[in-house]
Each structure stands twice: as C-alpha cells, then as structure tokens.
Design a protein around this ligand. Structure first.
Ligand SMILES: Cc1ncc(COP(=O)(O)O)c(/C=C/C(=O)C(=O)O)c1O
Length: 364
C-alpha cells in the first residue's frame, strides 16, 4: 500500500486503473486514545477498557461520507454521467456537493426541509449543489430520489449509500484501524441507513480473508431511541427492522426510520457476534459534551452516540477490563452549531472589559 488515506488502499478498491481519483486527501483520520475517559470509567465502574475514537470529523468536509464520495465521484466522472442525485440528512449532502463540484458533475440534493443541521445545509449551498427541500422526513426525500432515478432510466446517477461504490470507500475505516492498532474487540458505530457499519465489517472481513488479520471485531450499532428500527428489531430477535414512521432525535444525522441498508447492517452485527443498542437524546448530548470536554474531540450528536453506546455497554458488563474498543465519531461538532450550544454548560457575562478582567482575575 502506498500514500495515505482512502487511495492508499487502491489495490483493495474495485476501481479500474484508468479511473483518475477525485480526491482531497480524505481518510487517514486520527485514531485518538481516550485515557481521560478510561480513567473516568475506572473510577465509576471499576472497569477500564482501552478506548480509542476514530475521528471522522477530520475529513475534508467533516464526516466519514468523504471516504465513499471520493470513490463514487471518481467513477461517476469516468462514466461522464449527466446528473447526480442524493437524498440526505446532511452529511451525504455536504460531501456529495463538494466532491461533485471538484469532479465537475451536476448535483441535485433532496433534503428534508428544516431537518438538516445548519453547518451541513450551509456546506451544501456553499459547494454549489442544486437543492430541493421537501416537506417531510429523510425517508420521503430518499423515496423521491429512488423514484426519480428509476423513472430516469439511467439519466440520473444515484449517490446514496444503496450505491455500493460508497461503501467500498467507507470500508477503509477498517483498514486504517487494523494497520494502526490491529483488531479491536469492539467497534461501535452510530447507525442510520446502516451503510457504514456494514462497510466497516466488510473491510475487516476482507483483511481476514486475505490472511492479514487473524480475528474479527464484534460490531456494535448505536441508534437513537426515537429512531431505532434496527436496534428495536434486534432486541426482539427479529430479522427485519421495525420501520419508524416519524423518527425523532437530536442526532438529526441518524433520524432515519426506513434504513435502506438494513439487511447488510443486521448481517454485520449478527455475523460478528455483535449487537445493537439504543441511547436517549440526553445520553447523546451528554456523551457529546464528555468527548469534547474530557478528550478535546468535538463530534456532532450522531458522532458522539458511539460514546453513549460505550457507556451503556460498560454499565451492563458487555464491555470489560481487557477489551479494546474503537468508537467511530462519524461527524464534526461544527456541523451542528445548535447542538453545540445546547451541550454547553456555564457562561458568565461581563458588561465591560474591566468587569471581564475582574471575573477572570477572581479565577486565578
Ligand atoms: C454523522 C453521521 N453519523 C452516522 C450516520 C449513519 O451512517 P449510516 O448508518 O451509514 O447511514 C450518518 C449518516 C448520514 C446520512 O445518512 C446522510 O447524510 O444522509 C451521519 O451523517
């Protein structure tokens, strides 16, 4: 393997040699050891797994989506497609808008009106995509794209994660983790459509089949209690999701009621001997604050839900002392300024600079 990031693993990507990558150096993200959180777990539960966070907020547009977009934009450009479309809760939109801009492709996004975090809507506008805001949920937006793609008979190229090229790029998360620390016991992934957890599982399986690793991690999917079609089905031992008509959560990135990759996600969790878990919005916001104020890692709510999942699994004894755990923090905190302001604690007010100086001096 040569170079860094997603294209380091080009030999393991199903992309023919004549395809010139559309790339901004995506991937190669930090894998950050969380020793302060480990100490907190030891004090609180007497348990200290080794905890790493794979910070996907460090990608060019601030989420793991860039890994898949670099692959699909490269292929779409080589195919000279006329029009590209995607539905999104926001990060697919931001990333698709950036990579299609770079590839010179025309991009139309269908977004659920009023349900996309400000940072992501701003990015999508800034990168120059055409945006259709639909009154309804992400699932309505996704249906619109699927219907139009079908009716266009090839005229519209779909960029959503039911397009396997995206998942091929996202599997490189597994390659980077394995290269850096080997195979963890658990990989905890926030789950919306279910694409990312299945892509990461695919990556580990490919390394295992190639004889490059000799064990596999247990995949843990985390969903928000108000948007948990897969986690609810899993806890009831069902093998089909319980679709949620009106998904609700502060973690708007994973406010998805009809996951399109549910079959792959369920299979990844079952094959790996893993599990799904559900976390409340309060647990998500407090995990967001904990990850930032204890480790300096700023993740958006959905990204921090992997830490919320870890706390649950340590509390119930699933994860213990000798376990090594990787939390996938899927998106940067800057994506969702409103959520950040909700997570903030105390703020003091001074009506003048001398008063501010006085307040500050009192803290010395
Ligand atoms: C920060 C963040 N964390 C987790 C997920 C869930 O990943 P999947 O389970 O592969 O869907 C998303 C997904 C976002 C979109 O689906 C979209 O942008 O349309 C995300 O942005």
């Amino acid at each position: 393997f040569r170079g860094r990031g997603v294209w380091r693993y080009r030999p393991l990507l199903p992309v023919s040699d004549d395809v010139k990558p559309v790339t901004m150096g995506e991937g190669g993200t930090p894998l950050i050891r969380c020793e302060n959180i480990e100490a907190w777990l030891r004090d609180r539960y007497g348990v200290a797994p080794r905890v790493y966070v794979k910070f996907e907020g460090a990608n060019p547009t601030g989420s793991f989506k860039d890994r898949g977009m670099t692959v699909i934009a490269s292929i779409a450009r080589s195919l000279r497609v006329k029009l590209v479309a995607a539905a999104s809760t926001g990060n697919t939109a931001s990333s698709a808008a950036a990579y299609t801009a770079r590839a010179g492709l025309k991009m139309v996004l269908v977004l659920p009106k009023g349900k996309v975090a400000k940072g992501k809507l701003g990015q999508s506008i800034l990168y120059g995509a055409t945006i259709i805001e639909v009154d309804g949920s992400f699932d309505d937006a996704m249906k619109a794209v699927q219907d139009a793609v079908e009716a266009s008979k090839g005229g519209i190229y779909p960029f959503n994660s039911f397009n396997p090229w995206r998942l091929e790029g996202q599997k490189t998360i597994a390659f980077e983790i394995a290269e850096e620390i080997g195979v963890p016991d658990f990989v905890i992934v926030p789950v919306g459509n279910g694409g990312n957890i299945s892509a990461i599982w695919k990556g580990f399986n490919e390394l295992h089949k190639a004889g490059l690793i000799d064990k596999l991690p247990r995949m843990v999917g985390v969903q928000a209690e108000g948007a948990a079609p897969l986690a609810t089905a899993f806890e009831k031992g069902l093998d089909k999701p319980l679709f949620v008509d009106k998904p609700e959560t502060v973690a708007t990135a994973i406010r998805i009621g009809r996951p399109v990759n549910w079959m792959k996600a369920l299979r990844a969790v079952k094959e790996s001997g893993g599990l799904f878990t559900k976390v409340s919005d309060d647990e998500i916001l407090s995990a967001m604050r904990m990850l930032a104020s204890m480790e300096g890692v700023g993740a958006e709510p959905a990204g921090a839900s992997s830490l919320a999942g870890l706390l649950k699994l340590v509390e119930d004894g699933t994860i213990g002392n000798n376990d090594t755990v990787v939390l996938v923090a899927t998106g940067h905190a800057l994506k969702d300024p409103d959520a950040m302001l909700r997570a903030s604690t105390k703020m003091l007010h001074a009506s003048s600079s001398s008063e501010a100086a006085k307040l500050l001096l009192e803290m010395a």
